[in-house]
Ligand binder design. Structure first.
Ligand code: KIV
Length: 274
């Protein structure tokens, strides 16, 4: 009854149990962002484990300077398109700016991401203030990823896209927040732009899988914005981005190279870390 719709029995879909096992076994989790069905098919073929419909779509798809203008309708639209192209990867969708100011709105919007967008997990940019929202969603059996470190939805308040946790007090606060969010029921933590040493201590302190972007080599998995690693985005790239199109035959080959580099721990190298 539970398996009659599975398309390819040799490639069972990635679940939270798969990701927990990967963390326990030390197998790195390869993740990428995605915004449409065509790229979703490529990511699936390349055996990417986790796919994120990130609100970075506001920047790479819509051409905004920040993620702030992204709305629930935008994420639902892109998530539904991505879900149609995926079979194996675990699908996460972002709760966009101000879609989770209260527990009830966070629940209503998470339900939309899952029912209309096909997401299996929702991600929210979190700090101490979001702990009760994470607890509320987890209490309704919604899988939650808590995003800490650099939080792009807060750039107008924090003063820009800057590495977080360089000072001892902010590093201690981030470690404390990560542990509180896990205790509140977060099933995954995403760390953005923090020193590699802090990425390592948070990953070691948590039981749930930790995915990093610019958080060093020791997180349980890595994620990049697909348009960055395929060198589609122009201009200066963040330090942690590697161009996987270099030497690749095509997009699929580049994505496969990324998955291999993450699994073999060749990416991220020292040059990609803070
Ligand atoms: O929106 C996004 O793409 C993200 C990644 C930067 C992890 O949150």
């Amino acid at each position: 009854m539970y398996t009659h719709l599975q398309r390819d029995q040799s490639r069972p879909p990635v679940t939270l149990s798969t990701l927990a096992r990967m963390k326990a076994d030390g197998e790195k989790i390869a993740s990428l962002t995605c915004y449409d069905a065509s790229f979703a098919v490529l990511l699936d073929l390349a055996d990417v484990d986790v796919v994120l419909v990130g609100d970075s779509l506001g920047m790479v798809i819509q051409g905004h300077h920040t993620t702030v203008p992204v709305t629930m309708d935008h994420v639902v639209y892109h998530s539904a398109a991505v879900a149609r192209g995926l079979h194996r990867p675990f699908l996460i969708a972002d709760l966009p700016f101000m879609s989770y100011p209260s527990r009830d709105l966070a629940l209503e919007h998470s339900v939309r991401l899952m029912q209309e967008g096909g997401a299996q997990m929702v991600k929210l940019e979190s700090g101490g203030k979001q702990t009760d929202i994470v607890e509320f969603l987890a209490g309704h059996d919604i899988a939650v990823c808590a995003h800490i470190g650099l939080k792009p939805q807060s750039v107008h308040k924090t003063g820009g896209f800057r590495v977080q946790g360089r000072e001892r007090e902010t590093a201690a606060r981030l470690l404390d927040e990560a542990q509180r969010l896990e205790a509140a029921g977060a099933d995954m933590v995403l760390l953005e732009c923090i020193p590699a040493a802090l990425g390592k201590s948070i990953t070691q302190a948590l039981h749930v899988p930790v995915i990093g972007i610019g958080a060093g080599p020791d997180t349980d998995g890595q994620i990049l914005v697909t348009y960055d690693m395929l060198d589609i985005t122009t201009g200066r790239k963040p330090r942690f981005v590697r161009n996987f199109m270099e030497g690749a035959r095509d997009n699929l080959d580049a994505i496969q190279r990324y998955v291999r580099a993450v699994k073999s721990r060749e990416y991220p190298a020292k040059d990609h870390c803070f």
